[in-house]
Design a protein around this ligand. Structure first.
Ligand code: HEM
Length: 396
């Protein structure tokens, strides 16, 4: 039966033919020449890390905001992830179409129609999780009043670390009209939307850059070596706080590849510029971070990747608004500390295990601006295992 596919190859041939061919082929699989293949396997198999990193970011943001383990990294398919991917795409379609920006036209468009189903999936799921969390906290209170605080994990909810949703539920308990069920659902959805692709894109660009400049990656790895020593596995907050060089690399990455390359503000009062120009109240100002972060007055030789631009003494010399990856002022990113923490945890974990090499020159990587700015074809890198010891940091 197999012949229809492989003809008279080694598997399906017999007798003399098989004997002769087996003899010819055996040396090709001799142990001594396998190292040649290993070289090929090691060097020409780039992997695309974008999707795995995005599942990782998704699991982290869901666990910290809803207190639920999604385990999406262990699953092949998640309707929730598919739904938010679809929403991301459809939202961008609307954003880029002057016609669809008009509410009235959008209401009757096919884009709006196609948005309904994924939006419903997200809404239903979030509502379900909120309900489960509320019941769980109620049961926990009862259990605690009986002195029985055993972990109840059958719905994937956990008690010890307070999730973001608990803050909202507590606010609701104190003042129901200030925090309605809908408010809670919207805030949770906002955090998941804000904390997923953003962190993924930032980790991707950081790894792509470190995979492009081995000398900088070596410095990061030296720092990891110093901090993690040779035996410890777990990361603590202190370990992450000590990763100062890696933090500078992430900040410099966000300078060159700001996750949101532009954001907008409606101007409330006339702004008078030095040269006499006026931006009148009511207009929308678009802040273009891609250009702002490349201003040679603040960042000399702007295209050069130089983490030391973010040494404290160099930051102190710069204008406070010359670098705005998280915006500034009261509407700045509420999650920025979380981002640096997560970015450092994810990137350091990968670098502790693997040497990363970019599979494509960074100048050839096409940039895609959907809701966030990301490498168009994902993050293609080659990974080499650093070794088998506990820390996976065997450096030459
Ligand atoms: C690399 C990652 C991230 C970047 C670069 C980033 C950047 C930004 C920027 C520029 C804004 C202001 C947008 C505007 O006003 O038009 C913003 C707002 C916001 N971000 Fe982030 N963000 C990131 C990750 C996160 C994460 C992980 C969370 C939460 C888990 C988060 C939650 C928010 C929220 C809730 C706002 C709205 C704040 C308000 O208006 O009061 N962000 N972010």
């Amino acid at each position: 039966m197999f012949e229809i596919w492989v003809g008279q190859g080694l598997i399906s041939s017999n007798d003399k033919k098989w004997q002769q061919h087996r003899k010819i082929l055996a040396p090709a699989f001799h142990f001594n020449i396998l190292h040649e293949f290993l070289h090929i396997i090691n060097t020409i198999t780039p992997v695309n890390l974008f999707y795995p990193l995005s599942l990782c970011a998704f699991d982290i943001v869901c666990d910290s905001s809803m207190g639920i383990s999604m385990n999406s990294q262990q699953q092949k398919e998640s309707p929730y992830i598919r739904a938010i991917d679809e929403l991301d795409r459809l939202l961008m379609q609307r954003y880029l179409s002057p016609m669809l920006r008009v509410d009235f036209l959008y209401k009757f468009s096919s884009v709006k129609k196609r948005t309904e189903q994924p939006a419903k999936i997200v809404e239903d799921y979030t509502s379900k999780v909120i309900e489960e969390r509320r019941n769980y906290l109620k049961n926990l209170k009862v259990a605690e009043s009986f002195g029985d605080v055993e972990e109840n994990n059958n719905v994937g909810l956990r008690r010890k670390n307070m999730a973001f949703i608990d803050t909202l539920l507590k606010a609701q308990e104190e003042n129901g009209s200030l925090m309605t069920d809908n408010d809670i659902r919207d805030q949770v959805s906002t955090f998941i939307a804000a904390g997923n692709d953003t962190v993924t894109a930032a980790s991707c660009w950081t790894l792509l850059i470190l995979g492009t400049y081995p000398e900088i990656q070596k410095k990061v790895v030296d720092e990891l070596h110093q901090i993690f020593g040779s035996s410890r596995h777990a990361r603590t907050m202190n370990d992450l706080a000590e990763l100062k060089y890696l933090e500078r690399c992430i900040k410099e990455t966000l300078r060159l590849y700001p996750t949101f390359p532009f954001f907008e503000r409606q101007i409330r009062e006339d702004i008078h510029f030095h040269d006499g120009l006026i931006a009148p109240a009511g207009v929308t100002a678009s802040i273009n971070l891609f250009m702002l972060h490349r201003d040679p007055e603040h960042f000399p030789d702007p295209e050069r990747f130089d983490p030391d631009r973010f040494l404290p003494e160099n930051c102190a010399r710069r204008h406070p608004y010359s670098y705005l990856p998280f915006s500034a002022g009261p509407r700045s990113c509420i999650g920025q500390k979380f981002v640096l923490l997560e970015g450092k945890a994810v990137v350091s974990t990968i670098l502790r295990h693997f040497e990363v090499e970019a599979a494509q020159s960074i100048d050839e990587v096409k940039i895609e601006v959907a809701l966030v700015m990301k490498p168009q074809n994902g993050l293609k890198v080659r990974l080499r295992d650093r070794g088998a010891d506990d820390l996976k940091l065997r450096l030459n």
